[in-house]
Design a binder for this molecule. Structure first.
Ligand SMILES: Nc1nc2c(c(=O)[nH]1)N[C@H]1C(S)=C(S)[C@@H](COP(=O)(O)O)O[C@H]1N2
Ligand SMILES: [Mo]
Length: 443
């Protein structure tokens, strides 16, 4: 750490931290010139004021604040805690122009403002095909039928008295980073990678339920999962996966699931794209062939260069992204910076993350922070001293199976340019001399 200067460089966490909601709307709508000007003004003001402070003494440390001289607020004021008023900029956000129907929409998680690997439940991304519901758990039922000795209907009470487990896993929508296929440079990591979250889920293993119903192991090859919302969300899951680590879950981060995330019951399918994590789960059917439902035949398929589609490409391959510094942020100083990001793989554990600050010519291996869990987000960090010259920041993850996250050139060579889903290419953030960070593609 000998290269650490006395004062670490400061960084703006996210544009929403100091821009008005109107400004944010303009930025999101693509008014990037405006964004740049706002940052220049903000950085100049900060640099000027810190010089003045050094001369006169900093009132933030010299003057005793009100909170040191008065009574605080009573414990009973907040029976359910909420974040500080100063964190009001940290919000799930819809991408303007992405959806035309408010109920069939996506809200993206603000990855740029989060730490560690757990997503606070209130910031978990949302993807609904037909809006969300707050379902009365007393009236909710789960039916298991098909190739079983005895079809059963479970109440929430029936399920919650069964042997449960708690596991930390990421969920990523198959369409995450989809806009980058078309080279649409969305401004922040929230919009480029924010259909991604990671929680501790609690529930009963699906294998326990299938066992309880007496699954016909000679004929059973697949299970079918169905949600209780009007979108008829239905997905096929292969039996080996269903018997492996799939959970029928009611808990998320130590409390019941949030309504937006499937309260009171959802499927957790570790390593697999979000669409298979059926929310408001009401039925599991055991069968001997894939169902080819609308969400498997028309959506979540990959259009290849030769005009054919890949189907049932459920696994979320090894991927990573730098969250700080990332698009829309500004480095206010040269000198030391901690580059931080997230890596994950649907195949298992992340083994290594390399970071480049020169567009992929040279790579250094980042520190993986514990815990490093299977099919969970992994936090990486690496020290960096910015000398003030332009840079291109990238991260490249490798998982325990040896899968290496591809460059855009490598991905496009196989998958072409017309896909929507399953983009796990290396993300590049361009750092300008001004300190502004923006979204670019490097081939
Ligand atoms: N019943 C039901 N389940 C669903 C969906 C839905 O619209 N209805 N959306 C799916 C999709 S496409 C994704 S990416 C994940 C999103 O989960 P989340 O909203 O908890 O983030 O839920 C999946 N499960
Ligand atoms: Mo999704």
């Amino acid at each position: 750490m000998s290269q650490l200067p006395a004062r670490p460089g400061r960084i703006r966490r996210a544009p929403e931290g100091f821009l008005s909601p109107r400004d944010i709307r303009e930025v999101a709508a693509g008014r990037r010139d405006f964004l740049r000007n706002a940052f220049v003004a903000a950085s100049t003001a900060v640099a000027g004021s810190s010089l003045a402070l050094a001369a006169e003494g900093d009132p933030a440390i010299l003057d005793l604040p009100e909170h040191s001289k008065t009574l605080g607020r009573p414990v009973a004021e907040r029976p359910y805690g909420t974040p500080s008023q100063y964190e009001a900029g940290l919000r799930r956000r819809e991408s303007p122009g992405l959806t035309r129907v408010a109920q069939s929409s996506v809200s993206f998680a603000p990855l740029q403002g989060m730490f560690g690997i757990i997503t606070p439940s209130g910031l978990h991304f949302e993807r609904h095909h037909q809006g969300w519901h707050d379902i009365d758990p007393a009236r909710h039922r789960l039916m298991v039928n098909g190739l079983v000795k005895e079809a059963r209907v479970y109440t929430m009470d029936d399920l919650m008295r069964m042997p449960s487990v708690s596991r930390i896993h990421f969920i990523e929508c198959g369409a995450n980073t989809g806009m980058e296929w078309g080279n649409v440079a969305v401004p922040t990591v929230q919009y480029s990678h924010g259909m991604l979250s990671c929680s501790e889920f609690t529930g009963v293993p699906l294998s326990v339920l299938l066992d309880d119903c007496g699954i016909d192991l000679k004929r059973a090859k697949f299970v079918f999962a169905e949600g209780a919302d009007g979108s008829s969300m239905t997905r096929t899951i292969s039996l080996d996966r269903a018997l492996d680590d799939v959970l029928v879950a009611w808990g998320q981060n130590g409390e019941m699931l949030r309504p937006e995330n499937g309260y009171p019951l959802r499927l957790v399918v570790p390593g697999v794209q979000g669409v298979s994590w059926v929310k408001w789960l009401r039925r599991i059917e055991v069968g001997d062939q894939p169902w080819a439902t609308k969400d498997e035949a028309v959506h979540y398929i990959d259009l290849l260069p030769d005009g054919t589609h890949r189907q049932y490409t459920s696994l979320q391959e090894c991927k990573s992204v730098i969250t700080t510094p990332s698009g829309g942020q500004t480095l206010l100083d040269r000198g030391f910076h901690n580059i931080s990001g997230l890596a994950w793989s649907g195949r298992g554990r992340v083994k290594r993350v390399d970071v480049s600050t020169d567009g992929g010519r040279n790579w250094r291996t980042a520190r993986l922070e514990t815990p490093v869990l299977t099919k969970a987000l992994t936090r990486f960090n690496i020290d960096w001293v910015w000398d003030g010259s332009p840079a291109i920041l990238q991260s490249r993850a490798i998982d325990e199976t040896g899968f290496v996250q591809p460059s855009y050139a490598q991905l496009r060579a196989v998958r072409g340019t017309r896909s929507i889903y399953h983009n796990n290419a290396i993300q590049s953030w361009k750092l300008a001399e001004t300190g502004d960070v923006s979204n670019v593609q490097v081939f």
